[in-house]
Each structure stands twice: as C-alpha cells, then as structure tokens.
Design a protein around this ligand. Sequence first.
Ligand SMILES: [Zn+2]
Length: 231
Amino acid sequence: MNFKYSMRLTAFGLSFIFVFFAVARLADMRTDTAVFSDDVKKTVPTVVIDPGHGGMDGGAVSDSGILEKDINLQIAQRIAAIYKTMGVSCVLTRNEDIMLNGDETKHKKLHDLKARVSIARNAENCIFLSIHQNKFPQKQYKGLQVYYSRHDPRSQIIAEKIQSAVRNELQTDNVRQVKQATSAIYVLDNLQCPAVLVECGFLSNDEETFHLISDEYQKSLSALIAVNALG
Ligand SMILES: [Zn+2]
C-alpha cells in the first residue's frame, strides 16, 4: 500500500468514525428527549387501588360480624404501602371508612361507584385494582377469584397472573379460574383501562375468614396482588 493511498484511507476512516459518532450522539439525544415525551410517560402506570364498599355500605358480613369493607381497606392500604416502597405510583379511591359522594341522598351506591370510575379515568395510564371479599349461602366454598374487564386485553393477563400467583404461593387447592366481568360489575364495565376485581376470599367460610383477618395472611396476599397487578 503506497503512502498516499494509505493517507486517503485513514482520512476516509476518520470521517467515517466522525459520522458514526455524530449519528450515535443524535440517537442518544433522541433517547434523552424520549424519556420526557408523552409516549414514555404513558408507559409508567398509576395503580388505582379500590377498596370496595365503605361507610353505610358494609358489603358482605361473616357469621362472626366481620365486615367486608374493613378487610378491603386493610388489604388496599397494605398494597399501597408496598407500591410506595417499590416507587410505583398509586391512588386509593378511599383511605377511610366512607362511601364516596356521601352527600348524595338518592342513588348513593351508584354515585359511589361512579366516583370510583371517575378517579380511575383521571389517573395517568391507569391500572384499576378493586379489592373485595366474597360470600355464598353454602359455607364450604372458599378461594380467591379474579374478575377482569373485557375492554382491554391486559385485564385478563393481570387477572391470570394474580390468580396463578395466589394458587402457587398461598392456596394450592384453589381450582378457580379467572372470569370475564359482566355488566353486573359496574366499575369493570365502565372503564377502558386494564381493570380487575379481586374477590380475595369467602366471608361465609369460617376458616378463610380467620385467614383474611390475620396480619400474616393479609401481608402475603397483598404482596402477591401488588406485584402481579403490574402486568
Ligand atoms: Zn364486595
């Protein structure tokens, strides 16, 4: 290789390297900007945790007088605390024993449900997570079951993740399957975001009620729901 040719090749090589790094820098800048773009912001979820019932609406009641609304709030607050330590943005639809829109004299329950939906609709990139307890006339039935909204396919994925995590870690005899919610579940029917409702257990089953009010069980259950609700 003669000297001139070698110089030309070096110059070509240097300009190639320069262009390469310039393009790479531009790509970098684009990435930096993207961090603050609306598209990226929309991928960071806000979990709206919804403790069912509250105030004059106690929900299901166990034979021993345990109220569903109280267990719902305890589990929802535990989930919120877990998200706080994880740095996940979350909102509780109620953080005390109240009915939402309590000043309404007529159609209290509907106003309460509408208020919950409205909180979720106003949350950026919402994942809606409603917490409830079940009840059935026959006492033998037990086990967590997750319902999902039909409006966003991510709802079913989240429901299945929660259902199988609880089956694997906490309730190995639970054979329940996730269920698509009908219009009977107002909050799931009226939200377009990923939305699930967790029936944590049956207050009509004494053994399950005993677990549902215990600190240790609530801690395990809340952690499994919190982690898997993120999809
Ligand atoms: Zn309920």
